[in-house]
Write a protein that binds this ligand. Structure first.
Ligand SMILES: [Zn+2]
Length: 55
């Protein structure tokens, strides 16, 4: 089942800290935001504890 939605994240090529879920312009430099890699966004999202900290 495809329960997980593919969220598209937009970021500024010059400012990676600028992120939003809709296309637009960077508030810092005014450049058009580009689609960020889903992998990057997912990496930040899925950060659940895997158990076993100090083996
Ligand atoms: Zn920018």
């Amino acid at each position: 089942m495809n329960n997980e939605q593919n969220k598209t994240t937009y970021t500024c090529p010059m400012h990676s800290e600028v992120k939003q879920d809709a296309p637009g312009r960077c508030p810092k430099c005014g450049m058009n935001l580009v689609v960020a890699d889903a992998d990057t966004a997912e990496n930040e999202h899925s950060h659940k504890s895997h158990g076993g900290c100090c083996g």
